[in-house]
Design a protein around this ligand. Structure first.
Ligand code: ADP
Ligand code: MG
Length: 132
């Protein structure tokens, strides 16, 4: 399955966090990172005020993992990279979102694909447009 992911970070060494995240994604079973967009820096949208700017990128990967399993693995990577606070739209060392999973439409409690907020977020669409 060809899958597009959105990656963002606005805490600590943002570029390192994203690159470490990419390395960890590459190490997932039957999963390869095929393409990586350039990084774009954006002001935080929503969430608490005064938080640092985000660095965002998009990834094209191939995987044999189911969408739900992939989501679980991505959440584990977020944890390993020190994402702790669960403030909505709040600061995070890394955010890994599934943007597109092949041409599937998924609507479950845990997972909605295509990602419901990707279309009104320039910081998702711009890097995605670069590699898709
Ligand atoms: P956001 O990415 O919107 O800033 P979070 O990363 O905290 O917020 O994610 C909140 C929840 O969104 C996750 O626990 C996850 O189960 C759910 N979710 C729903 N659809 C998706 C998706 N396409 N990609 C990633 N997470 C998703
Ligand atoms: Mg997320």
């Amino acid at each position: 399955m060809i899958v597009y992911l959105g990656v963002g970070s606005n805490l600590g060494n943002r570029k390192n966090n994203i690159e470490e995240g990419i390395r960890k994604i590459n190490r997932l079973k039957n999963t390869k990172v095929l393409k990586q967009s350039s990084f774009i820096q954006t002001d935080p949208e929503g969430g608490p005020g005064g938080q640092p700017k985000f660095l965002n990128a998009a990834l094209k990967i191939s995987t044999n993992l189911s969408a739900l399993k992939l989501l679980k693995r991505l959440k584990k990577i977020e944890k390993e990279l020190g994402r702790t606070k669960a403030i909505r739209n709040g600061p995070r060392t890394i955010d890994l979102d599934i943007l597109l999973y092949g041409d599937r439409m998924i609507r479950s409690k845990e997972l909605i694909v295509p990602h419901p907020r990707m279309f009104d977020r320039d910081f998702v669409i711009k890097p995605l447009a670069e590699i898709i």
